[in-house]
Design a protein around this ligand. Structure first.
Ligand SMILES: Nc1ncnc2c1ncn2[C@@H]1O[C@H](COP(=O)(O)OP(=O)(O)O)[C@@H](O)[C@H]1O
Ligand SMILES: CSC[C@H]1O[C@H](OP(=O)(O)O)[C@H](O)[C@@H]1O
Length: 402
């Protein structure tokens, strides 16, 4: 069974049985393929006797969402498993444990997190996550700082850049986030109701200038090892616990791309509240909770990142040059805001959308949510290089919501 082919559920059970010591003797295993993402197969394997379970994620040689016409490297499974293992060391308790990686089968066997809920679904259902800002800011501060030239040996970092070179998945991001939404292409997925707003995106020179700068940063700035796709569908959460999954888009890029992804997806839920809240008071209360979470996430991230730098910084000049840390953090905030804007816009007019908006059943409410998201996204892109505080992002969101 060792040469690559997509597994059947029965084959997944046989592999699970061969993992030494995981399932006890006498286990009775069942398996279900539960993958709901754009790219991979995910098998959930449970032992009805002991109650133990695990997850097997297998890369397909193409993008599942489109089909075999879009071939995709299996090496992404290696990147995902190596990144998960590294994240487990840098941010213990905030990612699933990896039990095994099989290169031939492009397969990662990991901890089953089914006692958590995908955060996007939780937010849509109105659940609040009071510890999320603390957990995700720790995850980002530690994984970004300790893989950057500020926090690790700079020669080793260059070797790590090589290990995590990920051109095919980066190309998806370059096209879907930093190109397609601003041009006319069949790759886009645009509701007819917002055709005018989508058309405006293709003709806005000021916007294109800012997106071109952000695209250049994504293409060229190997600042830290990113998760690369840190949206709320890549977070398993409960009110007490947060686990980040799915780092197959990992590569060395600009830190603000990860922080911006978190903020963008909280704002997509904010826009989606057009429908999900039962009444105006509940809606504005949940929206305020989301905005507070954004501010808390940034502020805690900044505080933790600065503390790591002050304690573990390895770059003499970066550590000591007057004003350098403040300049660096301000630029990181600006990148965060710009990338957040790009990641909102792509989920409204690009190929891949989000349930927070698309599953709104009422056409008029869905259209309002889409327009609000585009207004927020474009405002953030235009704000990015002028921003000096996270409060300015909140002001733009409030102005867009009027
Ligand atoms: N460790 C896990 N524990 C439980 N369920 C998981 C786990 N990893 C993935 N899943 C399930 O599989 C789905 C798809 O996983 P994901 O890693 O996002 O795949 P893709 O890369 O295809 O987007 C998740 O939404 C979740 O329902
Ligand atoms: C053709 S891949 C589109 C989209 O899918 C990825 O997300 P996920 O695998 O978490 O569903 C990523 O965001 C890509 O941009």
């Amino acid at each position: 069974m060792s040469s690559y082919h997509p597994l059947t559920e029965q084959e997944a059970i046989e592999i699970a049985q061969s993992i030494d010591g995981f399932f006890p003797a006498g286990a009775s295993l069942s398996c279900k393929e539960i993958g709901d993402g754009n790219l991979n197969l995910v098998f959930h394997i449970t032992d009805s006797v002991s109650g133990k379970s695990l997850i097997m994620k297998q890369a397909l040689p193409y993008a599942k969402v489109v089909g075999e016409s879009w071939p995709l490297t299996l090496d992404r499974a290696r990147i995902e498993s190596e990144k998960l293992i590294l994240e487990g060391k840098l941010a213990p308790g905030l990612v699933p444990v990896v039990y095994k990686y099989d290169k031939e089968l492009a397969l990662t066997v990991m901890e089953d997190l089914s006692d958590h809920v995908i955060m996007r679904h939780g937010l849509i259902g109105g659940t609040r996550y009071p510890l999320f800002a603390d957990h995700i800011s720790t995850f980002m501060a530690r994984t970004l700082f300790f893989t950057s030239d500020l926090g690790m040996n700079q020669q080793e970092k260059k070797l790590q850049v090589k290990t995590f070179i990920n051109p095919e998945l980066c190309k998806i991001t370059e096209d879907l986030i930093f190109d397609d939404p601003y041009t006319v292409t069949p790759n886009n997925n645009i509701s007819p109701a917002i055709a005018d707003a989508a058309d405006a995106l293709t003709r806005d020179g000021e916007l294109h200038f800012e997106v071109a700068l952000l695209r250049d940063k994504f293409l060229t700035n190997a600042q830290a090892l990113l998760h690369g796709d840190l949206h709320t569908g890549s977070v398993f959460a409960t009110p007490e616990s947060t686990k980040v999954i799915d780092p197959e888009f990992a590569f060395y890029g600009p830190m603000g791309f990860d922080v911006g992804a978190v903020i963008a997806n909280l704002l997509l839920n904010y826009a989606g509240q057009e429908h999900w809240s039962a009444d105006d008071l509940a809606r504005s209360d949940f929206r305020q909770y989301l905005l507070n979470t954004i501010v808390d996430t940034w502020k805690q991230f900044e505080e933790k990142f600065r503390a790591l730098w002050n304690e573990h910084g390895i770059d003499r000049l970066a550590n000591s040059a007057p004003g350098y840390q403040d300049f660096y953090m301000r630029r990181l905030l600006q990148d965060t805001i710009g990338f957040a804007g790009c990641k909102i816009v792509r989920r409204i007019v690009g190929l891949s959308h989000v349930a927070d908006i698309d599953r709104i059943p009422d056409d008029a409410k869905r259209e309002r949510a889409q327009r609000l998201a585009l207004e927020i996204g474009t405002r953030l892109i235009k704000l990015n290089r002028n921003a000096a505080s996270i409060e300015q992002l909140i002001e733009e969101v409030k102005a867009a919501s009027k």
